[in-house]
Design a protein around this ligand. Sequence first.
Ligand code: NAD
Length: 247
Amino acid sequence: MDADLTQFRDSIEDAGRIVFFTGAGISTESGIPDFRSPGGIWTRFRPIDFAEFMASREARREAWRRKFETDKTLSIAKPNDGHAAIARLVRQSKASCVITQNIDGLHQASGVPDEQVIELHGNTTYAHCLGCRQRYELEPIREQFERDGEPPDCHCGGYVKTATISFGQAMPEAEMARAEAETNACDLFVAVGSSLVVYPAAGFPALAKRRGARLVILNREPTDLDPIADLVLHREIGPTLASVTGT
Ligand code: NAD
């Protein structure tokens, strides 16, 4: 085994409490494109930020059009070896939780209990009214959208949006507080498949390091936080996690 893999495996074995922090990169091997890699979503669509969503019916229409287009990929995506290796470490109580920026639900699908997945950017499997907070299921919205191509409005007059956090939208307070507590309590923090440029989420690896945890970054490309990490692996996620966890 290469030296960096051995070091990673030993870090996992020696750790008392691991936190995994994941980004879009962990789901590319499941067929879901990430944001910033060549060919990723970022290079095809400029994201619709929260202010635009609120200001323009055209932006809301486009947001829902993209949502239903990407759902075709999401609905067939299955967890991959990377998700499975993390789920195994959670089941073994080596890892206390997964803090994820992803909205695809694949950590839960791989067997991590719901209460041990902290979704910083929400999830895309339902919608809610931004005014009265009423929850809406997606299927009736999809049927309506296919009929009239119009974005859904709530009976209270508020706008209905997927339960995800857009750029410029407030972060979910409870999830941020839990993520901070978990980060403070771990002795090994592993950032996987994130370019680590989306803040405040990307603040957690540096927080872990400041609080004395060992920081490992596993990502195909360099990140700005590589210089502060104890170990950096520029490798593919699935095969790497499978090999260091013996799965
Ligand atoms: P990002 O796209 O900015 O970064 C992903 C990183 O993963 C890249 O640096 C890339 O080099 C690396 N990567 C991709 N596939 C890899 C592989 N197989 N092995 C190793 N490295 C790999 O993603 P981000 O940092 O999570 O930020 C994007 C934002 O977009 C997030 O906030 C997230 O909410 C959202 N998003 C989510 C999904 C999802 O739910 N699956 C998909 C796209 C975007």
